[in-house]
Design a protein around this ligand. Structure first.
Ligand SMILES: [Ca+2]
Ligand SMILES: [Ca+2]
Length: 177
């Protein structure tokens, strides 16, 4: 999973200034062997017998986001002392008292950021929104678009990307460059 996260970093950097296909070329040409290896991991982790389809890419995106969402929800739910699904300021203060100065500041920032309507309670909807945002921070829309764009390398157009197709795309790029 760590390697897949690295792909994300590798893929994301050129995206902002470029169209999607060019961003993919850039990601490939930056370090072709590494690119092929990382997409290979994605193919073996999320592909079927024929290779990696769009559904597998969506699963990868969803799994990364779910992991980040779960971490954030867990952090908030650990403050919910009476288990009613909302965190109020009295509950927050119990955890703040038990934390060090840095932790107190962090808890305060997180609570204030999550309490969108500012009523002093983080309710279930506000909690869910924090989870959604954490998922997007872990794997943003730009990166998701680039991952979906990997299907452009599906040379025979059968809806499944294989390591051989990735290798040929990388080799073709090296030849062209
Ligand atoms: Ca509560
Ligand atoms: Ca609130």
């Amino acid at each position: 999973m760590a390697q897949i996260l690295v792909i994300a970093g590798l893929l994301v950097w050129p995206f902002a200034a470029m169209a999607e296909e060019t961003a993919l070329d850039k990601a490939m040409s930056k370090d072709p062997d590494r690119f092929a290896g990382q997409i290979g991991d994605l193919i073996s982790g999320f592909g079927g017998p024929d290779g990696l389809g769009l559904a597998g890419i969506e699963e990868h995106i969803a799994l990364e986001r779910a992991g980040a969402r779960a971490s954030t929800l867990r952090r908030f739910l650990a403050l919910d002392l009476d288990a009613d699904g909302t965190v109020d300021r009295a509950e927050l203060q119990v955890s703040q008292r038990a934390a060090n100065a840095e932790g107190r500041g962090r808890l305060e920032r997180q609570f204030v950021a999550a309490d969108a309507d500012g009523n002093g309670r983080v309710d279930a909807a506000e909690l869910a929104e924090q989870g959604r945002l954490a998922g997007l921070r872990a794997l943003g829309e730009d990166e998701a678009g680039l991952l979906r764009g990997l299907m452009a390398l599906d040379a025979d157009g059968n809806g499944a990307l294989t390591s051989a197709e990735v290798a040929r795309a990388v080799a073709g790029l090296e030849k062209a460059g």
